[in-house]
Design a protein around this ligand. Structure first.
Ligand code: CAO
Length: 264
C-alpha cells in the first residue's frame, strides 16, 4: 500500500451551527424570533430587486493544475512582503483581463432597462461571508492593479468586513462580481446578480480529480478542477457573450503565462 501525506481536503468538515441552543433533555426547544435587521435587512432589499432580473445560467469546469503550482510560489513570495495570497487575486485579475475584451459584462442597466452603461472602471465585487450576513464590497480599478495589489486590497476588505467596518465607499460602484463559495464548500452554485450590474460568477471548491491527459490519450492524470457558475442578465446579455467571456477567463487560468502576456 502507498502512504501519502493527507491533503487539506481529507480533513473532516465539522459544520458550525449559527444558533446553538443547549436544551434540557426531554424538553422541546422554544421557537426563537429573530428580527431581520442590519446586513440581513439590506440583503432582503437587494435580493428581492435582483429577482426581477431574468437570470441566464452558464457553467463550466476549469483545470487549475498549473495555477495551483504557480499560486503556491506566489503565496510564498507574497508572504515575504507580508501579504496573504489566495486564489482570488488571480481569479479577479483574469476576470478584469477578460472584461477588457467583453466590456458588455462590465456594465450597468438603468432602472427601466432603457440604457446599458459600459463602465470604465473594473470595480470587482467580492462576496464576503461576514458571520452577520453576506456583504459584497468591491476592489476598485482592478484593470490598473497587479495581483499583489489585489491581494492586499482583498485582505483589507476581509479585515474591515470581519470588524463590521466596511465603508460606504467600499460598497459603492460595483461593476462585476465574483463569489467564492468554494472556500466553504460545494461545486456548482446559482449566483444572484447584484443590480444594476449584469453578471456574476460563483466559484466552486477546487478538487483533485482524474482527467484524460488529452482527447487522443488513454492516460489519466491528477488534475485540480474547479467549477464556475455564471449568471447574466438575459435582458441585455446573450448566452454566446457569456460563454465567450467564460472561455477567455478560463484560458487565462488554465495557461497562466497567457495572463502574463496580456497584463499591463
Ligand atoms: N477551493 C479550494 N480552496 C480554496 C478555495 C476554493 N474555491 N477558495 C479558497 N480556498 C483556500 C484558500 O486558498 C486558502 O488556503 P491557503 O491558506 O492555502 O491560501 C483558504 O481556502 C482560505 O481562503 P480564504 O477564504 O481566507 O480567502 P479567499 O481569498 O479564497 O476568499 C472570501 C475570500 C472573502 C471570498 C471568502 O473568505 C468568503 O467569504 N467566501 C464565501 C463567499 C460567500 O459566502 N458566497 C456566497 C454568496 S451568496 O450567499
Amino acid at each position: 500500500s502507498v502512504s501519502r501525506k493527507p491533503d487539506k481536503e481529507d480533513k473532516p468538515i465539522i459544520p458550525k451551527a449559527s444558533v446553538f441552543r443547549p436544551t434540557e433533555s426531554g424538553k422541546v426547544p422554544e421557537d426563537v424570533v429573530e428580527p431581520i435587521k442590519g446586513i440581513k435587512k439590506a440583503m432582503v432589499k437587494t435580493m428581492s430587486a435582483a429577482l426581477q432580473i431574468p437570470h441566464f445560467g452558464y457553467c463550466d469546469e476549469v483545470d487549475l493544475t498549473q495555477l495551483v503550482q504557480l499560486r503556491s510560489q506566489l503565496k510564498e513570495l507574497a508572504k515575504s512582503r507580508g501579504i496573504n495570497f489566495s486564489y482570488m487575486p488571480l481569479f479577479i485579475k483574469a476576470a478584469s483581463l477578460a472584461l477588457t475584451q467583453y466590456p458588455v459584462l462590465n456594465a450597468h442597466v438603468d432602472e427601466n432597462c432603457e440604457n446599458l452603461i459600459y463602465k470604465g472602471a473594473h470595480n470587482i465585487g467580492v462576496a464576503i461571508d461576514t458571520g452577520n450576513g453576506l456583504l459584497v464590497p468591491n476592489i476598485k480599478n482592478v484593470q490598473t492593479k497587479s495581483c499583489l495589489d489585489i491581494a492586499s486590497d482583498l485582505t483589507g476588505l476581509q479585515e474591515r468586513a470581519a470588524k463590521n467596518q466596511l465603508s460606504p465607499e467600499d460598497m459603492k460602484n460595483v461593476t462585476f462580481s465574483l463569489s467564492n463559495i468554494g472556500s466553504i464548500g460545494g461545486t456548482y452554485a446559482k449566483p444572484v446578480i447584484l443590480p444594476p450590474t449584469v453578471a456574476i460568477g460563483a466559484l466552486g471548491k477546487i478538487q483533485v480529480l482524474p482527467r484524460y491527459a488529452d482527447k487522443h490519450s488513454d492516460v489519466i492524470k491528477k488534475c485540480h478542477i474547479m467549477q464556475v457558475s455564471w449568471s447574466a442578465d438575459h435582458r441585455v446579455i446573450d448566452g454566446a457573450s457569456m460563454a465567450r467571456f467564460s472561455n477567455l477567463w478560463k484560458s487565462y487560468l488554465e495557461n497562466p503565462s497567457l495572463m502574463l502576456l496580456d497584463m499591463k
